[in-house]
Design a protein around this ligand. Structure first.
Ligand code: NAG
Length: 143
């Protein structure tokens, strides 16, 4: 079967409608040099301890594509940089990502995927992070 080029936009629109990827989306703003926390949590009483991964970029359909940190629910199992930390209480399902000493280049989209067992059960939270320079604050309002 061949699909004519002009049909593709319509097909993609249908695909995006039947595959909503991120369930929730938040905006976080932080300042360069500060520790910045991107919130994500799940209910451990309902699901028990489950694996979670964080990725950079839009949340992928099936798994973390560009994974930056992962936990098995008890401890961090992988991370791509010591600047990425899970300092929340994993007992309580707090899998918020803390970025130590944020940099301008940390700005962008992040996805938290809670891997609830079973097909298409994963919880997906997307966070858009904006890091601002401390020196761009409009200090003239102080006078
Ligand atoms: C950032 O977090 C690290 C590690 O938890 C800590 O040592 C440091 O003091 C924190 N920095 C700030 C500015 O809070």
């Amino acid at each position: 079967m061949t699909v004519h080029g002009h049909c593709m936009p319509a097909l993609l629109l249908i695909l995006f409608h039947i595959m909503p990827v991120a369930e929730s989306s938040k905006m976080i703003t932080g300042f360069a040099g500060d520790n910045v926390t991107l919130p994500c949590s799940y209910d451990t009483r309902k699901y028990g301890r489950v694996a979670v991964c964080w990725e950079r970029g839009e949340i992928a359909v099936f798994t973390c594509n560009d994974e930056i940190i992962a936990t098995d629910g008890f401890k961090v199992t992988r991370r791509t940089s010591p600047r990425y930390q899970l300092i929340g209480d994993l007992n309580q399902g707090d899998v918020s990502l803390t970025i130590i000493s944020a940099e301008m280049g940390d700005s962008g989209i992040y996805g938290c995927r809670v891997k609830i067992p079973g097909w298409f059960n994963d919880l997906k939270n997307q966070v858009t992070l904006t890091i601002k320079s401390k020196y761009n604050r409009p200090f003239f309002f102080c006078f």
